[in-house]
Design a protein around this ligand. Structure first.
Ligand code: SAM
Length: 265
């Protein structure tokens, strides 16, 4: 981990205190604990305890002396009616079209995180072109959001079903921006989510999963050029409609970049 990198860990009361203690024993420096308050938590069915309506995220630097980590303070404040961003975030659980479902209509993953949560994490503590690593990839929420926001991404996942779903999600997401290939990938993505159940959509998904659905070379070339331009700051991160109010958050990203670059010439 670079001295300027930071680490985010999420958990509930079952594990987060132990994880936090281990992190501190290892020398990590806690910058904040963020409380993700769920607007729609699972009820406590037995009525013997409070409903667990939040999870805790620990945001930490590599060590006490670590310098130069990214925190887009001014941009976050500007996007919050000029009030400092708070450490409690009110965000719903991942439901509806965002939730990946299999052919059987069941959820692909039991704990798929909402994109809005990852968007806040990445927009507050990273810049376009930064490398984001999620060693517990699941359905690839971190990766999907990272790619959409112009960050580079590496994910690790031990379960092949989740890994396949994440790959399909990220590849289709990337291509969904335009043209026929975009439409085909979009169908595959929606088939992976179980939103679209037509034969055509299943066919596209199967082609993707067997590697037969590839981006056209010209499109891939254009994507690479856009990627380099974005890394050099010549192009804004890709914009995308829908998806947990990301438009507003991407405007925040732009403000953050202006923050770092200083006033224009
Ligand atoms: C809480 S889930 C992540 C969910 C993800 N954020 C999402 O939105 O879909 C944690 C994931 O880590 C994976 N995992 C657990 N231990 C792992 C390991 N040692 N190496 C790779 N993946 C692991 C699990 O299979 C699980 O999918």
């Amino acid at each position: 981990m670079k001295p300027s990198a930071t680490l985010w860990v999420i958990g509930s009361y079952h594990n987060i205190f132990r994880v936090g203690a281990i992190m501190q024993d290892l020398g990590f420096w806690v910058l904040n604990d963020i409380v993700w308050r769920k607007t729609n938590p699972m009820p406590n069915f037995r009525g013997r305890r409070f409903t667990n309506a939040h999870e805790t995220m620990i945001w930490a630097a590599r060590d006490e002396k670590a310098k130069g980590y990214t925190f887009n303070y001014e941009a976050l404040k500007a996007a919050n009616e000029d009030v400092q961003a708070r450490s409690d975030w009110l965000i719903p659980l991942c439901t509806g079209e965002e939730r990946l479902k299999g052919d059987d209509g069941k959820k692909v993953h039991p704990t798929q995180k909402p994109e809005g949560l990852l968007a806040r994490v990445l927009l507050s503590s990273s810049k376009p072109g930064d490398l984001v690593i999620d060693p517990f990839n699941g359905t690839g929420t971190t990766g999907a959001v990272a790619k959409r926001l112009g960050r580079r991404y590496i994910g690790f996942e031990r379960d092949q079903t989740y890994a396949t779903a994440a790959e399909a999600r990220i590849a289709a997401d990337r291509a969904a921006a335009g043209g026929h290939a975009g439409a085909v990938h979009d169908r595959a993505r929606r088939a992976a989510r179980g939103v679209l159940r037509t034969d055509r959509a299943r066919h596209d998904l199967a082609r993707h999963q067997t590697g037969r659905l590839q981006e056209a070379p010209r499109r891939a070339g254009a994507r690479r050029r856009r990627h380099h331009a974005r890394r050099q700051g010549r192009l804004d991160p890709p914009h995308r409609r829908g998806g947990a109010g990301l438009g507003r958050l991407q405007r925040l990203d732009l403000l953050a970049r202006r923050d770092q670059e200083g006033p224009a010439g």
